[in-house]
Design a binder for this molecule. Structure first.
Ligand SMILES: NC(=O)c1ccc[n+]([C@@H]2O[C@H](COP(=O)([O-])OP(=O)(O)OC[C@H]3O[C@@H](n4cnc5c(N)ncnc54)[C@H](O)[C@@H]3O)[C@@H](O)[C@H]2O)c1
Length: 434
């Protein structure tokens, strides 16, 4: 049996801070508040609904994850966030149009009470949005210090014992790491010099880590996956994870592709197109912002199918991803996949998937799980990249050497085995069923 980790109890209140209070964040808050009142079940959340098998199957030990590991309770969560447009979570939920008014009304006062703090925002990174409540400062270092002050004020005003931060802000324009991102020292000098390669999400990640707050990045842009943040997280002993919530089409892709591969069926192409009409869709209509998303979405098939191991099955795949902004659809995205596979003697077959999904309904439980698991990781004395949380991401952070794992079933095993090991139980190497 592995030695259990010494995990501190989840006593007191846990604050969940979201830079970005749009569709995903407001839906996440609303679902938790509704669950607390017994108005809705937290469907899609592993921390609330999943069981975990312990020992051999015959032992019949299968507790809920939340009864097995010491997680914060829903009643102990407090929400806060920053947004340059949404004034509070109630208006955010109404603007997003994800939830029906009949679901919002019974929790409207709680949502209205989550008032957005002024954001660190720069239109250079999100051209389609025009921020109204935006911080000003001498330079970026000053802005980061304002975020750190916000975090401390939130902590004391809400009597929080612990905090976590989950980026739910818009996807920023595409960028690659530059010299300014090399070390904490170069990053801090860059903030003082207003280096144009530093984006707002990086200032939030910096502020979180300096404050000892675990950080998750729900969008595909660079923020914690930078050498300077890796160094800072190690120095501060802070866990982090990312990036880009795995919902919708990519979720389907990482569910289906492992199945084709398990049966050694070949693949010639996968064409994915999406139409969506929410603010996220509007932001992603800009080619620079779409590029960030495209890179994140294209990565998944290669690691699942291993074309270098199976060149005759997966060595020649046309993988195309498109997103089109189409206002009538609102948050209810439609994702079409045309999948060209081939079987025995090379005969081609086609599969069409038409997923009429609700993006924020799929993303909201991920926000909750990440917050609770990151808080657990911190209480378990873990820091740095939490690879076991790859399950939730389109582009899981890696150590730069081992490639990311995208197969959702392998990711699930890794997640549950990490919990088993932390609690001193044997890992399960086959069959998660039961
Ligand atoms: N919904 C999903 O399934 C899903 C999946 C993967 C990733 N994501 C990502 O999650 C993020 C949130 O998605 P959403 O549907 O809620 O989008 P949204 O447009 O409804 O909300 C994003 C909010 O972030 C705010 N914002 C922008 N820049 C900010 C800044 N610098 N600081 C603070 N707030 C800022 C915007 O004003 C907006 O209210 C997006 O980046 C999206 O790409 C969403």
């Amino acid at each position: 049996m592995p030695e259990p980790l010494n995990i501190a109890e989840a006593t007191g209140r846990l604050g969940i801070l979201t830079p970005g209070m749009g569709a995903v964040a407001s839906t996440a808050y609303a679902g938790v508040i509704a669950a607390r009142k017994g108005l809705a079940a937290p469907i899609g959340s592993l921390t609330q609904m999943a069981h975990i098998r312990l020992g051999a199957r015959g032992e019949g030990r299968n507790p809920l994850i939340r009864e097995f590991v010491p997680l914060a309770q829903l009643d102990d969560l407090v929400f806060g966030g920053w947004d340059p447009i949404s004034p509070n979570a109630l208006e955010a939920a109404r603007t997003a149009g994800v939830l029906e008014e009949s679901d919002i009304a019974p929790i409207s006062s709680e949502l209205e009470g989550v008032v957005a703090m002024s954001a660190v925002f720069d239109q250079r990174w999100v051209k389609r949005l025009d921020g109204v409540r935006v911080k000003t400062g001498e330079n970026m270092f000053d802005l980061a210090e304002q975020l750190i002050a916000d975090i401390e004020r939130f902590r004391s005003e809400n009597g929080c014992d612990r905090l976590v931060m989950v980026w739910c802000g818009s996807t920023e324009a595409y960028q690659e790491a530059t010299a300014v991102h090399e070390t904490v020292e170069s990053f801090e000098a860059g903030m003082r010099a207003n280096d144009e390669n530093i984006s707002p999400s990086q200032l939030y990640a910096y502020a979180a880590m300096v404050s000892g707050v675990p950080f998750a990045n729900g969008a595909p842009n660079l923020s914690a996956d930078l050498p300077c943040m890796v160094e800072l997280a190690a120095r501060q002993g802070v866990p982090y994870t990312g990036k880009d919530f795995k919902t919708g089409q990519t979720l389907m892709k990482t569910i289906l592709a492992p199945g084709f591969k398990a049966r050694m069926l070949g693949m010639r192409g996968w064409y994915s197109t999406n139409i969506l009409g929410n603010r996220d869709g509007e932001v992603l209509d800009d080619p620079e912002n779409f590029k960030t998303k495209e890179v994140s979405k294209l990565g998944v098939l290669d690691t699942i199918l291993q074309p270098e191991v199976y060149p005759e099955l997966y060595g020649n795949i046309d993988h195309v991803v498109r997103i089109n902004y189409y206002p009538p659809r609102g948050d209810n995205k439609e994702g079409w996949d045309a999948i060209d596979i081939f079987g025995w003697m090379g005969y081609p077959m086609q599969i069409k998937v038409d997923f009429l999904c609700r993006d924020s309904i799929l993303a909201a439980p991920i926000v909750l799980d990440l917050a609770l698991f990151l808080d657990l990781a911190q209480r378990a004395g873990q820091s740095g990249n939490q690879e076991w949380l790859s399950f939730y991401w389109k582009s899981p952070h890696t150590d730069g050497v081992t490639p990311a794992e995208h197969d959702i079933f392998i990711q699930q095993t890794k997640l549950k085995n990490t919990l088993r090991e932390w609690m001193g139980e044997q890992p399960v190497t086959h069959s998660e069923a039961g």
